[in-house]
Design a protein around this ligand. Structure first.
Ligand code: NDP
Length: 336
């Protein structure tokens, strides 16, 4: 049978486990030419999934009620109607929250298990790692001596931003939730300073951590962190707008638009470039990214933190924990 987590209903604000439903279905069959059956081994859980639970217009279609939750997976080909994929091949797929998926072969990437761990292809060498690379290097354009600030700094995106910023000769300032994650940001990922976003004196602490202002703010969070960052932005600062996780549950939506108005004014006066991006816009750079980062992951020059939870049954509770910051590093479900 194919165990599958479906979206049962749309959450109003913070999701609960009752928003998901586990069903058991027949294992699907690949019928058309170019279709393959993949047995999912690892499932990536990511913040964007919260957005997909809303029935809102966005860059991607929402998950429908009764549909399988979407997600990147590492899996093994079981049956194939494409001669370039044979049973046993390991692939990166969008297999979703389930044991098996039938997918089109053109949507698959073979993975080299000798080059890096399978989990790395969902984290530091997967979508999150590439997001960090594309946003920082192609929009942030860090230069030696500049200050780079990033939130969710111990997660798969933020932790690579910190390390790439250091490699580019920058001062890297991490924003993270709690003392332990701040320590990790400095000791494991090499940030020059780390600030706890829950600190009531966040703005003052961030100013101390950034004595020469901020040249690149890699936006992962929004809300009060953005409010603290805006006054510190230097002229010609770049703000890759990657994510706004503090607002995904709609908890911090304000009726006054003062911070945004301030940002718009600063954008004009300081000629800031604030640009949203979706990682797939940079697909042309994916091979360049892998060529640069994969050998450093293998040699240990770039490290990653992975939080592997056992069992597909635990996917909803692990995902809800991610939205609360309970994950430490790239959250992955080991399905078996
Ligand atoms: P993580 O695995 O780091 O998980 C999210 C982290 O966000 C939590 O661990 C928590 O860390 C932090 N967080 C949660 N709520 C809040 C809050 N209210 N205020 C401040 N921090 C909060 O996530 P990823 O590294 O996978 O993703 C990081 C960001 O990148 C997200 O915003 C995501 O949406 C975005 N993204 C965008 C992509 C794009 O194409 N534009 C692609 C991939 C990711 P802590 O405890 O430190 O606060």
């Amino acid at each position: 049978m194919n165990r599958q987590w479906q979206l049962a209903r749309r959450p109003e604000a913070e999701p609960t486990v009752d928003d998901f439903r586990l069903v058991s279905l027949d294992i699907p069959e690949p019928r058309e030419a170019g279709e393959v059956l993949v047995r999912n081994r690892l499932l990536s859980l990511d913040p964007y999934m919260r957005w997909r639970m809303n029935d809102a217009k966005s860059y991607a279609r929402p998950v429908g009620i009764g549909e399988v939750m979407v997600g990147a997976t590492v899996g093994e080909i079981v049956r194939s109607n494409d001669p370039s994929f044979v049973p046993g091949d390991l692939v990166l797929a969008g297999g979703g929250w389930q044991d098996y998926a039938v997918v089109r072969s053109e949507a698959l990437r073979k993975i080299d298990a000798a080059a890096a761990s399978e989990t790395a292809y969902l984290g530091v060498l997967g979508g999150p790692g590439f997001t960090a690379y594309a946003g920082l290097m192609k929009i942030g354009e860090p230069r030696p001596g500049e200050t780079v600030v990033v939130g969710a700094a111990t997660g798969p995106v933020g932790s690579l931003v910190v390390q790439l910023a250091k490699a580019a000769g920058c001062r890297a300032v991490a924003i993270a939730g709690g003392a332990e994650k701040c320590r990790l940001a400095v000791e494991k990922f090499g940030a020059d300073a780390a600030v706890d976003h829950r600190d009531p004196d966040l703005a003052a602490k961030l100013a101390i951590a950034c004595p020469r202002g901020i040249d690149v703010y890699f936006e992962n969070i929004g809300g009060r962190v953005l409010d603290a960052v805006i006054p510190l932005l230097n002229p010609f600062a770049r703000v890759p707008v990657c994510g706004l996780i503090s607002q995904y549950n709609g908890l911090e939506q304000r009726s006054d638009a003062t911070p945004l108005a301030q940002l718009m004014q600063d954008t004009l006066v300081k000629r800031l470039l604030v640009r949203g991006f979706i990682v797939t816009d940079y697909n042309a750079y994916r091979d360049e990214f892998l060529a640069l980062v994969a050998p450093k992951v293998k040699s240990g020059a770039i490290v990653s933190l992975e939080d592997v939870v056992e069992g597909l049954a635990n996917a909803p509770s692990a995902f809800l924990g991610l939205l609360k910051g309970l994950n430490k590093g790239k959250l992955i479900i080991r399905i078996d």
